[in-house]
Design a binder for this molecule. Sequence first.
Ligand SMILES: *Cc1c(COP(=O)(O)O)cnc(C)c1O
Length: 823
Amino acid sequence: MLDLSLHEIAQAVGGKLLMSPSFTPPVISSLATDSRTVHRGENSLFVALKGPVYNAHNYIPELIKKGIRAFLVSEEPKPSIDAAFIWVNDTTLALQKLAAHNRKQFSYPVIGITGSNGKTIVKEWLHDLLSDGHKIVRSPKSYNSQVGVPLSVLLMDDHFDLAIFEAGISQPGEMQHLAPVISPEIGILTNIGDAHQEFFSSLEEKLQEKLVLFTGAKKLVCRIDEDWIYTQAADFCKENKIEPIFWSIENQHTDLNFSLKKNTRQTEISGNYQGRSFSFAIPFVNDSAIENACHCAAALLALQQNPADFRETFSQLQPVAMRLELKQGINNCTIINDFYNSDLNSLSIALSVLKQQAVSAQQKKVLILSDILQTGLSKKELYSKVNSLLEEWEIDQLIGIGAEISKHRNCFSVKTTLFSDYKEFEAGFNRQAFQSSAILIKGARRFRFERISGLLQQKAHQTVLEISVNALVHNLNIFRKRLRPETKIMVMVKAFSYGSGDIEVARVLQHQNVDYLAVAVADEGVRLRNAGISVPVIVMNPEQDSFQNMIDFGLEPNIYSIELLRNFAQNVSAAGIQSFAAHLKIDTGMNRLGFKSSEEISEACEFLKNSDALKIKSVFSHLAGSDEAALDNFTQSQFEKFDRAFDQISSALPYHIDRHILNSAGIERFPQKQYEMVRLGIGLYGVSLTGLPVQNMGTLKSTVSQIKTAGSDETVGYNRKGKLDSESRIAIVPIGYADGMNRKLGNRNGVAFIKGQRVPIVGNICMDMLMLDVTGTSAEVGDTVEFFGPHIPITELAEKIGTIPYEILTGISQRVKRIYLQE
Ligand SMILES: *Cc1c(COP(=O)(O)O)cnc(C)c1O
């Protein structure tokens, strides 16, 4: 834990300390950067970061009210008698300086990892391989950014005797800031691929940038099976007097050489280092796991570990779950799986997610926790700290599973139930005991808590739509960056958020402070309100029967005709309400809903002037062809009609009214027409017309149920449409047209992605199943199959069957479970 005075911090970061003379400055023991999750932090320093779309300085007054008393700022602070400020030019740089200062206080070895892939896995595996003999501090999850790295390094203290940190970069010039923060003694370069290539002109340039991390290191672990990497890395080591620990697979000329033998479930790895032989096995067969394991072995050799111990430790390696998983549970519960690890840091991160989920869904907060494998504290101190975290995050119930935690009942003040192991929990398991709760399941990998999750989870159909919450937020920010900071954003969550799940998506958007949500019909809005969503919601098709619901739940109508205006206003007046928020839609060329002529508009204005039932918040229109250059003249005429209509309305009504006309493609192509608000739809869900760097957000996947062999004289499926030219392997997958797989994708038109390659769909697609031709692949029962996602863009799928991504996304049936992943 940190233990720094504000004077020391101000000095380390070169900032000016400002506080009133009567203020007693706190000693700082932790840092916070997220205004939404910081809490009860008398001894926290809040670092006010600033990005292109985010400025944490705006939250300072609110945080002072919450009891935060120290701030690191880059904008001139408003004096306060309740808080101290350290004023610097750039808060990110200051945070890095502070971390570099902390780093210098310790002389135990630090391992620094960078590269395009595998950083987090190598870090986690090294931790597991070394945790028997060492007390290790490491980056929580994949905290490897300009902010994540300093936050990780600030966790170093003298309880530990080894540190492992990862660093990620996406642009030239970034590593020079991270290198002094980590200042590794042993470096690991995992590999160089084309991730984040958009800002680099070549792979060589990217490698040079990554090597900067290792400038002051003593040893560098690097795989040299590619010549260009070898040349650059060898020159770098020579120049900086670094001992190279270079390794390769099947190349006898390196100091450290590995050879492989793959079995069905494990890989036997034999190594030879400076003439000495050893061997071990890992329970994986894929190439990336093998590469990661070889990096770990090389790093252990760099730390002078005895290779005779490798066989024992490497056989225990387990897959690293790097993401929190949100799933629907039994009895209106939500399950948050975090099998990543159990230590205090990652517990505190996961508790913030639990609270966020539970508060917006009005659920109870339950934590199922294993023994914590934290080193450096006595068990009593450790579990007392856990208890303070539980109190801070207002957890309603703790279920502890494990021998250690069971011994420390006295440490806990919240409602606690303890079990000595998983079997005891299962024996007493009662489904009814879990009702309307958000349940965080957090256990170190070795506790195998996935079995507990299995008991609490709604039994899911094997076919799922996986939604990446990170991609969603990333895409939102990509579009935000195209807009002026003050422009409001309405996000379209109609049709179950384009198939991605209305409530879950709305919850994320609310957390991201979007200004409006839009639904098609009132029922969709009622669902959001019942789930605790409080953002303003507009209903695009207000229907007479739903007026009362809209009034009761504060759902704002899109008023598109004079009849609707009169009817809705009458209902509002009858309810005794004034100035109910409403929006006016202008038809500028779609010939869909909306006021079209200036006579209609003037009639609406007359009505509004003489009635106090409604207050018009915005006037809007919709573009018919914002995505089509050939229609740009028409689009311009829509803008002109819109401006005229707005002038007419705003001169008739005495108050301020917002304007909006752009949808996603409009934001991409006509940002100058953003007015006061825009309406984001498909872009958020990962489709960009002009090639913005949006990320894939949804992945439709299933698993192979059965594999069989069929001869060339046989056929597959209904009407014998699936012809085979030769003996073939056929995989049967439980997804059909009732799940949303269009029948036109059958008969080798559509493809699936399995075991790293594309395979055709063979024969007609059935209602609940389809068949894949997996001849020549190593596909087996239980393998994951992707139908769209990172390997098969949804745009490609849409084109194949002559439709648009919207139709595919909204056509995925409700029986396909949505699973939310958060990194
Ligand atoms: C659906 C919808 C949008 C969003 O369109 P995208 O093309 O998905 O961005 C915007 N405005 C209105 C009125 C809509 O109905």
